[in-house]
Write a protein that binds this ligand. Sequence first.
Ligand SMILES: Cc1cc2nc3c(=O)[nH]c(=O)nc-3n(C[C@H](O)[C@H](O)[C@H](O)COP(=O)(O)OP(=O)(O)OC[C@H]3O[C@@H](n4cnc5c(N)ncnc54)[C@H](O)[C@@H]3O)c2cc1C
Length: 382
Amino acid sequence: MGGGPAGMLLSHLLWRAEIDNVVVEQRSRDYVEARIRAGVIEQGTSDLLRSLGLGTRMDREGFVHGGVTISNARSPFRVDFMALVNRAVMVYGQTEIQKDLYDAGVGAGRPIVFEAENVQLHGLTEGNPSISYVRHGETASIDADYLAGCDGFHGVSRHAVPHDVRQEFERLYPFGWMGVLSETPPVSHELIYARHPRGFALCSMRNPMLSRYYIQCTADTDAASWTDDQFWDELRRRIPEEAATSLVTGPSIEKSVTPLRSYVAEPMQWGNLFLAGDAAHIVPPTGAKGLNLAFSDVYYLTEALAERYSTGSTTALDGYGATALRRVWKAVRFSWWMTAMLHTFDDAGEFEHRMQETELDYLAGSEAAQTAMAENYTGLPF
Ligand SMILES: Cc1cc2nc3c(=O)[nH]c(=O)nc-3n(C[C@H](O)[C@H](O)[C@H](O)COP(=O)(O)OP(=O)(O)OC[C@H]3O[C@@H](n4cnc5c(N)ncnc54)[C@H](O)[C@@H]3O)c2cc1C
């Protein structure tokens, strides 16, 4: 269930392991491809895409970033990933990865059902799992050995795990990010993460003529109530002076507000259903981890299914949730740490301010602290 990045990569990995599968997606291909989301890919994720033959366009059009700039009250310092851990990240939009995955799947004639409504899961604990859905008014169903819930945070799969079994761990942050996409050159060749008393800001990018900027806002902010000029003025106030001076602005081609949350649902397996990606966990975008976690989940799941079909053993499959969650929680911790360090919290007192200042001062001056950040930002192994 779900033809987002998790579902499509899982499908691709399964076909390579010669395991038949069908992807059932509730939206149209155009709709999924147009969703503006992630942009930062861990080294392990780009290596995985490359090893699957899905990295050609990424290597041509993406950008390798060997570090990031962190700014505290407009005073910047750089964390040099390459020097510290000899690893880098790739800036390549989720929209592009999604297109590459669909091109590969559709091009190979693999079954992908788009616009499936009223998707329902059956027989999860009775050993005869299946799904049913309605497409263009016609009801259809698919029998399977296993179901993979890759249908994102608002999907149906997670809710198939009974309430008395499902444990939820959640932190809702009292703010959101207003993001603007503009056809302008990025202000910096690497990302700038900025803490400022007026709130967090992030300068990111998609390509040499497409920039993505974010500012912290209240969770209930209506993006349409902000003019582009208001957005640019606020961004300039929060980022280092040099960046503010050289910032090239233009009309926004997309403007939206994203709420920030940390969320994990356990277990990630129920009967013959396995959850992967945003269906099981959400991280605030500060650490750029969501898409990468979706990919490591489906990597583990494929390994486990391949073992099951090649040897008949379900040991790895039974351990899938525990294996995936060990990496998930580390990414949750890292994203929470980045978020806590860089955002303005309305209820924070002077003690919390000093802690943030000290955290950033320590990070700016300690190679050990920067190494820990570099190791996590470029991605823990999977
Ligand atoms: C503004 C923003 C910025 C982000 N930045 C980053 C970043 O820089 N780096 C990063 O790693 N992550 C980032 N993320 C997170 C990343 O986008 C997600 O973690 C990623 O999309 C998860 O992929 P997924 O396939 O698990 O879920 P989704 O992308 O949500 O895909 C789920 C799919 O399931 C479909 N679906 C839903 N319900 C059903 C149903 N009932 N039946 C069938 N199909 C269904 C949906 O239409 C969708 O296509 C960001 C997210 C946002 C919102």
